[in-house]
Ligand binder design. Structure first.
Ligand SMILES: Nc1nc2c(ncn2[C@@H]2O[C@H](COP(=O)(O)OP(=O)(O)OP(=O)(O)O)[C@@H](O)[C@H]2O)c(=O)[nH]1
Ligand SMILES: *[C@@H]1O[C@H](CO)[C@@H](O)[C@H](O)[C@H]1NC(C)=O
Ligand SMILES: [Mg+2]
Length: 415
């Protein structure tokens, strides 16, 4: 047996005491252990209507500026022999009902023509019911890619049984009376919750790293001649979007408050999950629609519209995103309110990712009624550059905030 001399033992005890003291001191007493307090760092003393106009004009002028592909030196262009091409670990993904077949075909035709026929990425189709034979057979006619038709299991799709049905019913009545779309449609809540916290763990989706989400009846206007998934991988992007908007604040009344509650958990340690280059100003802006920021207790409601997104699912599978979204779920807000997957994804990536890893795909011409991203590029046709939406929806534009507050020069100059 080895004898440890007394002197060394004493020394070890002293070192141990000092390190635990430092640890405890830093852990409990230092001010870093205080509640989270986000601040919006820009202030303008001009009327709200003027801000709306300025922001919209700026958006239009950006959209009208001619662009081409991203100016990185690592674009992988469409290839001559698709069968030899080593695909990125990625899939296109859509959730749809059997009844939406025509809308799905409408969009797949465009995605194939503009992008995927050059690469042949697989498609995953998700549904809470089984896809019928007609759906599967018809889709096959429009692509050579592998197709996976997947059912979402009821225990994942349906609301947890601890949701208080009486409370849910009353809250939905209130939201419905405020004209909040789909408030009293249970399946819509299930869909939003699934896209917020479950799609990346679906057994089929688990085999992939990147996804491109699309929706029925959306338009893709521009040729995309490079591999967007390899663009994500080679440039360390974790999330890509095309349109950014404000949300209906009534649908996410406590989403921000619950997020703050989560960040203050574990003796304020959850705060450390926040990325040191997080997009806090985008999240907390209060100039253009201050009543929204006030109503939510500090969240602008600005989000990336999630009906198009290209993302790295390993981010969503990470501890930060997952523990946060599971906490959100435990509050019941997906059912007592009508939290959308767009604000959830957006708060998640804005807080827990580096904002430089979030990419505005300015070159992807896209429309989901009633908003359009239409680049001024000879790769596009069928849309009018600079036309974002109808006049009465101008104040819903949040892209300008992303541009003004979160994009650095290199991001602005990438197109
Ligand atoms: N299988 C299935 N798909 C659904 C269900 N609800 C929504 N979806 C799909 O989920 C996506 C989002 O639903 P949408 O109804 O488009 O929601 P939205 O974009 O907020 O609303 P719209 O403005 O009406 O398009 C679409 O791809 C739908 O096809 C459902 O109950 N079952
Ligand atoms: C693709 O990505 C997933 C998720 O990161 C991973 O589990 C899987 O092994 C990857 N597949 C390949 C072929 O690299
Ligand atoms: Mg839709």
């Amino acid at each position: 047996m080895i004898r440890i001399p007394k002197k060394i033992t004493r020394l070890l005890v002293i070192i141990f005491s000092i390190t635990s003291f430092i640890y405890l001191y830093h852990g409990i007493i230092l001010p870093s252990k205080s509640p989270i307090n986000f601040k919006f760092n820009y202030y303008k003393d001009i009327p709200r209507d003027q801000i709306v106009e300025e922001n919209y004009e700026k958006l239009v002028s950006i959209l009208k500026t001619p662009i081409n592909e991203p100016k990185t030196n690592n674009l992988i262009k469409s290839i001559d022999n698709p069968s030899d091409y080593k695909l990125e670990n990625a899939t296109l993904m859509i959730m749809a009902r059997n009844s939406e077949l025509n809308g799905v075909i409408y969009t797949i035709k465009q995605i194939e023509e503009k992008f995927n026929s050059k690469f042949n990425y697989p498609y995953v189709f998700l549904n809470n019911e089984d896809f019928n034979l007609k759906f599967k057979e018809k889709i096959k006619k429009f692509t050579k890619s592998n197709l996976y038709f997947e059912k979402i299991q009821p225990e994942i799709w349906n609301q947890p049984n601890w949701i208080n049905k009486e409370r849910q019913k009353n809250e939905m009545k209130l939201l419905k009376n405020q004209n909040i779309a789909y408030a009293n449609k249970l399946s819509y809540h299930n869909m939003c919750r699934f896209y917020s916290m479950n799609f990346y763990n679906h057994p089929r989706m688990k085999q992939f790293k990147y996804y491109w989400r699309f929706e029925p009846n959306t338009d893709y206007f521009c040729n995309i001649d490079y591999d967007v998934f390899k663009f994500m991988e080679l440039n360390n992007k974790i999330y890509g979007f095309v349109i950014s908007l404000y949300d209906s604040h009534q649908s996410i009344k406590s989403l921000w408050t619950e997020t703050i509650n989560f960040l203050n958990l574990n003796n304020f340690n959850n705060k450390n999950l926040i990325n040191s280059n997080a997009a806090i100003n985008f999240l907390t802006e209060n100039l253009q629609n201050p009543e929204k920021t006030k109503f939510t207790n500090g969240y602008s409601t600005c989000h990336f519209w999630s009906n198009f997104e290209i993302g790295n699912m390993d981010f969503f599978r990470s501890n930060a995103y997952n523990s946060w979204v599971n906490y959100l779920d435990s509050t019941g807000g997906f059912y007592y309110e009508r939290w959308g997957d767009a604000p959830v994804h957006s708060i998640g990536v804005s807080l827990f990712a580096n904002k430089n890893d979030i990419h505005w795909f300015r070159d992807i011409g896209y429309k989901h009624h009633p908003y359009t991203n239409c680049p001024n590029s000879n790769k596009c046709n069928g849309c009018e550059p600079g036309k974002f939406t109808f006049d009465n929806l101008k104040d819903q534009n949040c892209l300008t905030n992303w541009w003004n507050f979160e994009m650095d020069d290199s991001a602005k100059q990438i197109y």
